[in-house]
Design a protein around this ligand. Structure first.
Ligand SMILES: Nc1nc2c(ncn2[C@@H]2O[C@H](COP(=O)(O)OP(=O)(O)OP(=O)(O)O)[C@@H](O)[C@H]2O)c(=O)[nH]1
Ligand SMILES: [Mg+2]
Length: 207
């Protein structure tokens, strides 16, 4: 599969609820994972624009459903992270409702589930994985912070993370700092877009 080329990305909007999303329809690929796992950084790294999505060392930076339009073709959607202990109970509930409403809306065609390459998935990671399976959304597991491990240990560690989650034992090792894994993820995007176009064509043909 060929590497997908991202020529331009524009910020479209920040939705405060799953019903306040863009009217314009395009395929949506969403970034899902714990707070601070590098979701926004991965989006910036993929698009080669480190000013696109706001990042912070402090967890809880992304608070809404942020839409970025890539090549006028599909949306990359940056979501708030879960599992940030210092957020108030009310805020945690709001994020949980926001995430579940969004995942169950049928809009999201593919999820990049981000997990820390160095740690066992948390209870919340496992719950998120169960949601993804329950809603039947295609996904790719991405093991972030790959730069924290020696090159020779990365792929094995990434696969172990996926296995511990209960998923098929493969994850893509990524580092937004060193751009490790970027080419592979861009190939993945090429395949996802190819599959979606094929499916839409089949659906139209069978009407
Ligand atoms: N060492 C290292 N640090 C990184 C990497 N990518 C991002 N960071 C730093 O990690 C911090 C958190 O990154 P974010 O992308 O904001 O994390 P997030 O998952 O979007 O967090 P929330 O929006 O709170 O859910 C930032 O300070 C980044 O500069 C990486 O590949 N390696
Ligand atoms: Mg973020």
């Amino acid at each position: 599969m060929e590497e997908y080329t991202i020529k331009n990305t524009t910020f479209v909007m920040s939705a405060v609820s799953s019903s306040a999303v863009p009217e314009e329809f395009a395929m949506e690929i969403a970034m899902v994972g714990r707070s601070n796992v590098r979701k926004s950084s991965l989006l910036n790294s993929l698009c080669n624009n480190f000013k696109l999505a706001k990042v912070s060392q402090a967890p809880g930076k992304t608070r809404h459903i942020n839409y970025f339009l890539v090549n006028d073709e599909f949306y990359l959607v940056d979501l708030p992270g879960y599992g940030f202990a210092k957020t108030s109970k009310k805020e945690k509930e709001r994020w949980s409702v926001l995430l579940e409403d969004y995942l169950s809306s049928g809009r999201v065609k593919h999820i990049f589930l981000l997990l820390d390459i160095r740690h066992e998935p948390t209870v919340e990671d496992k719950q998120m994985y169960q949601w993804i399976i329950y809603y039947g959304i295609p996904f790719t597991i991405v093991a972030t912070k790959a730069d924290k491990l020696a090159f020779t240990k990365r792929q094995n560690a990434a696969n172990m993370v996926a296995k511990s989650l209960g998923a098929p034992p493969y994850a893509l090792a990524y580092s937004s700092e060193t751009q490790t894994g970027r080419e592979t993820l861009l190939k993945r995007i090429g395949a996802i877009i190819g599959d979606t176009v094929q499916k839409c064509t089949k659906d139209i043909d069978s009407e």
